[in-house]
Design a protein around this ligand. Structure first.
Ligand code: SF4
Length: 349
């Protein structure tokens, strides 16, 4: 699976209006919560900065909260591939597109344990399991509970991406020990209907709320290079940075992986420097989040990845291809981190 399962929705427009929330008055004065801080225009202004200025600002913010020489290694394993009824225009796992991806059954616990142990040995600290579902059924949740317990037993943080989640399902996953739930907003609300028609943006936001309400950390980001404008990239950042009551704990930024057979296969490439700008703006607007270089990384030059780390990315997402001994992708990643004088780690300040 080259593109992480990212389970998304369609149109609903909420924009990124400045609806400031207030909590209980103190001395009769309303106290604004730390939410909805970023106007889209202000985010656009960050994008428009001269590149050295933007990088400098991003590095300042990064160093306030993290060791800039550390990068977190997260591993993604597809535990149930293909056959998804959704029509996300970038995804080879959708049944709507002929991409040659066969549907599989849910992976057994012993296979997941084997993969988690390999990932741990390769330096991963977080293990994410993705299943190509629109939304898991009760029985699916029971099975995933077993898999989460397996991953925790190996000694890794557990993350899942399973599609839309009810509050009840979120509670069951939390009880099993789930640390993070990934559910990407994918793109700006205005662009959503161009990419996905089988769900809407509010579905997406509802799942994030269900996850957060049970105390599971939220992992949510998006994909760029899907034909969106810079304004729409700023709107996506606004949606993430202004999430209530705070921005996601992890923010994966994906560069579209163009897969033959999907509607986005012929989309024009974005300027690599625009991708770096996206990372820098994510870092500035979501200072304490893990900003993760995700799908599309394997097509990036080492120099571009280095720029992304300098812009504030501090996590990388391995694909499941990592999970074979001596995998050249792993070797290349470790080599790059070493050449940059960086280390695998996840401490913050
Ligand atoms: S098509 Fe299905 S598996 Fe693919 S991103 Fe959309 S919801 Fe996830």
């Amino acid at each position: 699976m080259d593109t992480p399962v990212t389970h998304s929705p369609a149109t609903c427009h909420t924009g990124a209006e400045q609806t400031v929330h207030f909590c209980a008055p103190r001395n009769n004065q309303p106290v604004p919560q730390s939410t909805n801080r970023w106007a889209v225009e202000d985010i656009e202004a960050l994008f428009a900065l001269p590149f050295p200025e933007l990088m400098f600002k991003a590095q300042q913010v990064h160093r306030e909260h993290f060791n800039p020489a550390e990068v977190e290694f997260a591993t993604l394993l597809s535990i149930k591939t293909g056959g998804c009824p959704e029509d996300c225009g970038y995804c080879p796992q959708s049944v709507h597109y002929d991409t040659g991806v066969d549907a599989t059954k849910l992976m057994e616990a012993d296979k997941v344990r084997e993969a988690a142990e390999l990932a741990k040995a390769a330096g991963a600290t977080r293990f994410c399991m993705g299943a190509a579902w629109r939304a898991p059924k009760d029985r699916d949740i029971e099975n995933v509970v077993t898999l989460i317990k397996t991953v925790k037993d190996v000694g890794l943080e557990a993350c899942c991406t399973l599609g839309m989640l009810t509050k009840d399902h979120a509670e069951q996953l939390k009880e099993a020990g789930l640390d993070y739930y990934n559910h990407n907003l994918d793109t700006a609300p205005e662009n959503y209907g161009n990419i996905i028609s089988t769900r809407d943006y509010q579905d997406r936001l509802d799942t994030l709320e269900n996850v957060r309400n049970v105390g599971v950390n939220v992992c949510s980001g998006g994909i760029i290079g899907m034909g969106e404008s810079r304004r729409q990239r700023a709107e996506l950042i606004g949606q993430l940075a202004n999430l209530h009551p705070h921005y996601p704990d992890s923010v994966p930024i994906n560069n579209l992986v163009k897969v033959e057979g999907t509607p986005l296969a012929e989309t024009d490439d974005i300027d690599p420097l625009e991708f770096v700008r996206m990372i820098a703006v994510a870092r500035i607007t979501m200072p304490k989040a893990r900003v993760r270089l995700s799908a599309g990384r394997s097509a990036m030059a080492d120099t571009m990845q280095a720029l992304c780390f300098m812009a504030g990315a501090n996590s990388i997402f391995y694909g499941e291809k990592l999970l074979t001994t001596g995998n050249p992708d792993v070797e290349a990643d470790l080599n790059l981190i070493e050449r940059l004088g960086m280390t695998a780690g996840k401490s913050g300040h």
